[in-house]
Write a protein that binds this ligand. Sequence first.
Ligand SMILES: [Zn+2]
Ligand SMILES: [Zn+2]
Length: 325
Amino acid sequence: MAGICGTDVHQHNGDLTIKSPLPNIQGHETIGRIVKLGNGRVHDVSGEHLKIGDRIMWIHVDCGECYWCEVVRRPVLCANRFGYGFALRGGFAEYTYIIPATKVVKVPDELADEEAIGAGCAFRSVVAGFERLGGIGLQENVVIQGAGPIGLYSLLLAVEGGAGKTIVIGAPKKRLDLALKWGADHVINIDEIKDPAQRKEQILDLTNGRGPEIVVEGSGVPVAFNEGLEMIQKGGKYLVMGQTSAATIPVAPGIIVGKNLRVIGSASADITHVYRALQFIKNKRTKYPFADLVSNKYQLEQINDALANMEAGTEIKPVVDNRNR
Ligand SMILES: [Zn+2]
Ligand SMILES: [Zn+2]
């Protein structure tokens, strides 16, 4: 099973900041069942023995030798990083070859594919982002921009991380209903409240007139950045994860200085974050219906429809379901 991500839409349209060599098989959030084992890894990153029939998830391959891997110690920034679905063969396929240098995690047996799939991209990216944010202070209010997978998983980490009020801004209603089900205190539908000034007013009303301490951007819409800067409390933190397009907009940088803001960018993640995301899902699966995130299943032949519907925003997390092939 392979999830379809907002990044896939940008990549398909050619407006992604990362340019993939062509030809390319897309799909970077995949659960695969091992059908054949070579002479590579015999265990996953937590030491679990791997055998034929096990389900695994994997992540981009970093070189472990460059300045970013060895000195900065942030493999996510590796100068020679190979990404599945970018430079290496991706998940929109019946079979894929996992190169021996790849770090893999065994999917816990009790998890359905639908529960686990989000850990392949959105959830692990959110786990990495929150690590960079340094977590949420007790009872700090959090506004989340975007109600797609990045926004929804951010909501879970905010709720479980001790947030005060959690407010999700997004659309359509289907996504916001899931946000409410997953513990959002308040949702704002951008299809109904179209004026950003009006949205800010609502948020100020809900946050003692000061705005939230933390804003998490998971919308991917460039102008959402300005809206985030506008609403955030003085001294607040802004975690930006959704902006993967190369689009530019006018910004007033003085807001960042004047309000003493900390703006934190975060993209992708490492295998530790995939592991932790899967553990979170395993430990909280009776509390949150994780499988509800999967809004639709497509056969591989329907991939173009899946991408079009993802772009139109009518999906939450569509997947390519190859299990019965
Ligand atoms: Zn993705
Ligand atoms: Zn490297």
